[in-house]
Write a protein that binds this ligand. Structure first.
Ligand SMILES: Cc1cc2nc3c(=O)[nH]c(=O)nc-3n(C[C@H](O)[C@H](O)[C@H](O)COP(=O)(O)OP(=O)(O)OC[C@H]3O[C@@H](n4cnc5c(N)ncnc54)[C@H](O)[C@@H]3O)c2cc1C
Length: 486
């Protein structure tokens, strides 16, 4: 039976769902509030420089491959995926620096040079990550759940004999590593889901395992090429793609969804409605509440600067992380004091170091980001200049080139701008934070109680980050097929 499917939001999750549903012969209309598709996977082009304004690193490339295959396409015919080695250079305030490689023999040599005892710790750390990955694939990541994971699933997970897996993330890292540098490096991974290592469950150590096992990748021409390819496939499959089409209300009848209403007065009739925007905004669209993710539940936002640099910077890696002097204090300032850290850890992504197609004749494209609280209040110019000074200060104190010199264009993205542009409360990039194992696992279900209503994307099951969002699209598509097509 062919269904009429209306998708609210053209982020990665909405696009992947549109492609999957249209490939199965359903009639799909996708309504995106913004002027372009891709949501947080966005692009900025200026004076010959091309920037990704969202994701800069992907892992689990097979999940991307699967999405194209679901449409009968080969990813190689659309994209050039490049595996990065080293993945990143890590830099400490005391001058210590090393490269993280996913080439195992090389990386073990690096660990040995830092702290010989940690070679064994790292191997045990990876073994635990691998077992957690296997378990979460079976119970969580790829499972098409009608409801959030039930208590039986948790019981099964909680009773697996994995020492360290159910405690606190930071404590688990400490138990595997002696070196303060390796501890801090591995403590960074919960930030991939907008969370603090000091409050997250140890189960998140599946993230460093995924990066080590499946590599860190970028896409030639920019990650936005993924969006362009999916948009092109969606159009070829007949998806009606509406930009500048904010949905204001979901129409309902007899306990079922029946349409979506766009702000300009257009209505789209639908058998199934899929919400790709932030899950907390759903009650408002259903007319059953105001809805907005409460501040204490939010994952982190980012203070992001895109800098078009005039000159080449050959000493810079594709990814560089300049750590703050006190990592624990940084997360305390973000989550307890609700303020931008006075000494932020700074992440610099310079894709032009690996891909000269994103710069004019020379120079670099820099994406410079620090974590911030996802606050709802305004973020004024004074806050921007203070944050930028702190970022510049950290970079300079880490011994990197002074970023004040040679920028031909700068563009700052504050939490407020991120929140407004992508309709995310407070600019919380990953929806809810993952503090405590319930938060990490209990995200809004892909199939909602209201008949015909589904969720997809980073704020719903199984969570944020590009591969997980694509898995969410697969789960949601399978659920729709199972429950609506009969
Ligand atoms: C700065 C930054 C860096 C990141 N880095 C990485 C990274 O390196 N690796 C990684 O894997 N992930 C990264 N991420 C996270 C990743 O971008 C997201 O997890 C993913 O893109 C989210 O996709 P989504 O489909 O869930 O939602 P979104 O991208 O949020 O898309 C939702 C869309 O819904 C639209 N919408 C909402 N409400 C309505 C409405 N009522 N009507 C119509 N449209 C509506 C919004 O406008 C938006 O376009 C990063 C994100 C940011 C912002």
């Amino acid at each position: 039976m062919s269904l009429r499917v209306a998708i609210i939001g053209g982020g990665l999750g909405g696009l992947a769902t549109a492609v999957r549903m249209a490939s199965r012969g359903h009639t799909v209309t996708l309504c995106e509030a913004g002027p372009t598709f891709g949501g947080k996977m966005n692009r900025w082009q200026t004076v010959g420089y091309t920037f990704d304004t969202g994701p800069s690193l992907i892992t689990m490339p097979d999940v991307f491959r699967e999405t194209f295959e679901a449409a009968g396409e080969r990813i190689e015919d659309h994209l050039e995926l490049v595996r990065l080695d080293p993945v990143a250079e890590y830099v400490w305030p005391d001058g210590t620096r090393f490269e993280h490689s996913t080439n195992l023999p090389h990386w073990l040599d690096v660990i040995r040079s830092i702290e010989p005892r940690d070679v064994d710790g790292f191997l045990r750390f990876m073994e635990l990550g691998a077992r957690l990955f296997e378990l979460s694939s079976e119970t969580f990541l790829r499972r098409g759940m009608d409801q959030p994971p039930d208590w039986r699933t948790f019981k099964a997970l909680r009773h697996v004999p994995l020492r360290h897996a159910w405690g606190n993330y930071d404590k688990a890292v400490r138990s595997f590593f002696h070196s303060p540098y390796l501890r801090q490096m591995f403590n960074r991974y919960p930030t991939y889901v907008g969370s603090s290592p000091y409050r997250s469950p140890a189960t998140l150590l599946v993230i460093p395992y995924l990066e080590q096992a499946f590599g860190g990748w970028f896409v030639k021409g920019g990650l936005y090429r993924i969006v362009e390819s999916l948009v092109q496939i969606a159009r070829t499959k007949g998806v009606e793609m509406l930009a500048d089409a904010p949905v204001e209300r979901i129409g309902q009848e007899n306990g079922r969804v029946k349409s979506v209403h766009i702000a300009d007065g257009r209505n789209v009739s639908a058998d199934v409605v899929v919400m790709n925007g932030d899950a907390s905004l759903l009650p408002k669209l259903l007319g059953s509440g105001i809805g907005e993710l409460e501040p204490e539940a939010r994952s982190m936002s980012g203070f992001l600067t895109l800098a078009a640099m005039r000159d080449d910077m050959p000493d810079l890696h594709h990814h560089t992380v300049c750590f703050s002097a006190d990592y624990e204090r940084e997360f305390k300032q973000i989550f307890d004091d609700n303020q931008f850290p006075d000494d932020p850890t700074v992440y610099i992504n310079a894709p032009s170091r690996s891909d000269r197609s994103v710069v004019p004749d020379g120079g670099e494209t820099l994406f410079i980001m620090a974590n911030t609280p996802a606050r709802s209040g305004p973020w004024d110019e004074a806050m921007t200049s203070t944050a930028w000074e702190r970022v510049l200060g950290r970079v300079a104190r880490s011994g990197l080139p002074d970023l004040r010199d040679g920028a031909v264009a700068l563009d700052h993205w504050t939490p407020q701008r991120i929140g407004n542009r992508y309709r995310m409360p407070g600019g919380a990039i990953y929806g809810k934070h993952s503090h405590g194992w319930k938060n990490a696992f209990l995200r809004p279900a892909n199939r909602q109680r209201k008949r015909g209503l589904y969720l997809v994307g980073g704020s719903s099951h199984p969570g944020g980050g590009t591969p997980t969002v694509l898995l969410s699209a697969k789960i949601t598509t399978n659920l729709i097929e199972k429950h609506e097509s009969a």
